[in-house]
Design a protein around this ligand. Structure first.
Ligand code: ADP
Ligand code: MG
Length: 258
């Protein structure tokens, strides 16, 4: 029998270690320029945390990275895919990039397991059995194997977010994007979600995290990028960004959040 599953071309080949390369990215909504020349690289297995004030363009940057927002000018390369290319197949790109949002965005009328298996069945053409088996395994990984048949509204915020992470992982992405994944959670639930993200980092997942959790960024990030006024003002290892910030803007920002 032929294999009905769609194959996905890997994002990066052996001789290319930049999974993400952003070159002079500009993004405007009408007259309002939100990103004004962002340059960045993310290497295979790196964890990059993006910090910065509210309204500085963090979410817009992440949304550009998986094609949820079009690019005004500049380039974003995900491996060999150029998101600035008008003819690019965004569905193909999104097979490589998982995204987790602040507000979970689970489908309320489906069970937890159905939330997780939907895209693998529809997009990757997995059999029901393969999708379910892998879905259960992912639920085990996020500590929720007993919730497979539950409805999302019966779960706590922390559990919902862990399901959302499992759902994103079900597509076997090579990049995971997190947009303030813990900001909507009650404080006692933040730790369980950060724990799952930390385990992904330990497994070598390439990740870009927008976060207000400075302690977590300091601990888990390989690099931290501080964005303000639509550009990356300063980037470097966490010890440098938090311990020895250079720009006045970053010092000012840290004085308010630390
Ligand atoms: P952050 O995530 O850093 O808080 P955002 O990327 O959400 O910032 O927003 C940056 C700026 O872009 C804000 O001024 C916001 O109002 C504006 N913006 C974001 N999305 C849109 C949109 N779809 N249409 C118009 N303006 C937008
Ligand atoms: Mg945001």
């Amino acid at each position: 029998m032929s294999n009905p599953e769609t194959s996905t071309i890997p994002l990066v080949t052996d001789d290319e270690t930049n999974v993400i390369r952003i070159e002079n990215l500009h993004k405007a909504f009408g007259e309002h320029e939100v990103l004004s020349g962002v340059n960045a690289e993310v290497k295979l297995g790196q964890v990059v945390c993006v910090i910065g004030p509210s309204g500085s363009g963090k979410s817009t940057l992440l949304r550009c990275l998986n094609g949820l927002e079009s690019i005004t000018s500049g380039e974003i390369w995900l491996g060999g895919f150029n998101l600035a290319d008008q003819d690019i197949d965004l569905n193909e790109v999104r097979k490589h990039v998982g995204m987790v949002f602040q507000h979970f965005n689970l489908f309320p009328n489906m069970t937890v397991l159905e939330n997780i298996t939907l895209a693998p069945i529809q997009v990757k053409k997995y059999s029901q059995k393969r999708a379910r088996d892998e879905g259960i395994e992912l639920l085990r990984r996020v500590g929720l194997e007993d919730k497979a048949d539950a409805r999302p509204d019966s779960l706590s915020g922390g559990q919902k977010q862990r399901v959302a992470i499992a759902r994103a992982l079900a597509m076997n992405p090579e990049i995971m994007l997190f947009d303030e994944a813990t900001s909507a959670l009650d404080p006692e639930m933040v730790g369980e979600v950060l724990g799952v993200i930390r385990s992904l980092a330990d497994d070598g997942m390439t990740m870009v995290l927008v976060t207000h959790e400075m302690g977590f960024a300091r601990e888990v990030a390989d690099r931290v990028a501080f964005i303000d006024s639509g550009v990356i003002q300063e980037a470097g290892p966490p010890e440098q960004i938090f311990g020895n910030p250079e720009s006045e803007r970053l010092k000012d920002f840290l004085s308010k959040v630390l």
